[in-house]
Design a protein around this ligand. Structure first.
Ligand code: GDP
Length: 459
């Protein structure tokens, strides 16, 4: 483990803006001493130094120029605090000036400014949480919906790291058995049959692959579903986009081809988040500006995780519609039959024969899009995600788990090719290194710095 520096750090822990309360947080050996220098309790018997952990006092914060604000100050004593160090939280009124001046006072009294994520990094270095739990803290903060916040909280509780620990434990058992076998070939070490070893490794690879399969769902929950609204001009794509994003974002006209470039927006539909791209009408065109839009649109369409294919209920299907249906039928998609308020001309049965999830809406009427969210969940198969199960939450975790699985595949191959047992054990050791790197037990300093640099200051 790395040396833990206990110098006292300070930062504003609440958003920089006006609010009911603003909190300046201190952590480190001297945080109570620092806070003592700028806080006068109303009740003299409640000086911060006299308080036990998990308790607070009401009084005034001041600097060399006089009183700053009234405040309630909480004290947490090492190791029973978020960071595992002495922590003080100064709760004052949430004005930008007041909170900044309290922070300045802390720095003047000997604290240093905290780096992004430094509080959580100290919690990690002090063994309060492992790396996946620290990452989960960030995911809780950025969660945009029920499912993503639930999944992040489960990860904070350690469901992913426990799963990885159990996989690593099984590998360590196999590896130590193997090591004994290698070291004492003549002794009466119970022989682990090569087939049994292989079987054990294959089971672990299966577990890792199952875990890896959670990555896409986890990402969709957290970052939103990368979605394209497609359809020929004038079917109502912009109107739908505007309805979903809640305001008049693109100019809606009834002249074909008015949406020239791709507009991206993150919208929430019930408890799912969509990263929406409204694309220019998919049609060949001589207009240079529009052809750039069309080119971007087809690239985006090819890469999207979800296609909302919009059709005009009041018109018959044309070749363009049929081509779109054929292009997306095998992918996660929802056919949105728009303009359901107008007399129906479209052959809806044809669409239903090709596409599983079909909804009829009127993009002019907000109430009519209710069934859309369920259809989307069905299409991307997130309707029954278990948010309390272990989920691979980010690219770092995914690459560690994938590398561990690849190393174990190498081990199995080595066994099949009758390579030396040493070679097999080396592969298992690699896999263990990747798993320990995932949970942070053996992560390099660079990896740890990278993880925490993505946090905000004050977290
Ligand atoms: P886009 O080219 O696919 O983006 O289509 P627009 O969103 O610009 O819509 C084309 C025209 O259809 C506009 O005049 C819209 O007001 C109209 N429109 C869109 N949705 C509906 C709907 O549900 N019902 C009716 N009656 N008209 C609609």
């Amino acid at each position: 483990m790395f040396a833990v520096s206990n110098n006292t750090i300070a930062a504003i822990a609440t958003p920089y803006g006006t609010g009911g309360i603003g909190i300046v947080r201190l952590s480190g050996d001297d945080s109570i001493d620092v806070a003592e220098k700028l806080f006068e309790p109303a009740d003299k018997s409640r000086r911060l130094k006299m308080l036990s952990g998990y308790s607070g006092a009401y009084g005034r914060v001041f600097d060399k120029n006089g009183d700053i604000d009234e405040a309630v100050v909480f004290v947490y004593k090492a190791p029973k605090s978020y960071t595992g160090e002495n922590v003080v939280e100064i709760n004052c009124h949430g004005g930008v000036y007041v909170v900044s001046r309290v922070l300045r006072a802390c720095l003047d009294c000997g604290a240093s400014p905290a780096q992004p994520g430094e509080f959580t990094k100290r919690a990690f270095l002090n063994g309060k949480l492992n790396l996946t739990q620290a990452e989960a803290v960030m995911d809780i903060i950025s969660a945009m919906g029920l499912q993503s916040s639930k999944a992040a909280l489960s990860a904070r509780d350690g469901v992913l790291s426990k799963k990885i620990d159990s996989i690593a434990g099984r590998l360590v058992a196999l590896s130590s058995h193997l090591a004994a076998w290698i070291d004492y070939p003549e002794e009466d070490v119970e022989e682990l049959e090569s087939t049994a070893l292989k079987q054990g490794l294959i089971e672990i690879i299966g577990d890792l692959n199952a875990l890896l399969a959670t990555y896409d769902n986890g990402r969709m929950l957290r970052e939103g579903i990368d979605t394209v609204i497609a359809g020929r001009p004038n079917v109502g794509k912009s109107t739908l986009m505007n309805l979903l994003s809640g305001y008049n974002r693109s100019i809606v006209t009834n002249i074909a081809g008015t949406t020239r470039d791709i507009i991206e927006e993150t919208v929430k539909l019930d408890d799912i988040v969509l990263r929406l791209a409204d694309t220019a009408g998919l049609r060949e065109t001589d207009d240079r500006v529009e052809s750039i839009g069309v080119e971007l649109a087809s690239k985006r369409l090819a890469a999207a995780s979800l296609v909302l294919a919009v059709f005009d209920s009041s018109d018959i299907l044309n070749g363009r519609d049929i081509r779109l249906i054929d292009e997306i039928a095998d992918r996660p998609c929802v056919a949105v039959i728009n303009k359901a308020d107008l007399p129906r001309q479209i052959d809806i049965d044809y669409i239903k024969s090709k596409i599983n999830n079909v909804v009829e809406i009127s993009a002019n009427d907000a109430d009519s899009i209710r069934p859309l969210s369920e259809a989307i969940k069905q299409a991307v198969k997130i309707s029954n995600i278990d948010a309390s199960a272990p989920i691979i939450a980010n690219e770092r975790q995914r690459s560690c788990a994938a590398a561990a699985a690849a190393a174990l595949n190498d081990a199995v191959e080595a066994l099949s090719n009758s390579a030396t047992l040493d070679a097999v054990n080396v592969c298992i050791d690699y896999a263990l290194d990747y798993l320990f790197s995932l949970t942070g037990q053996k992560a390099s300093e660079a990896v740890i710095d990278e993880v925490f640099s993505r946090f905000c200051v004050g977290k």
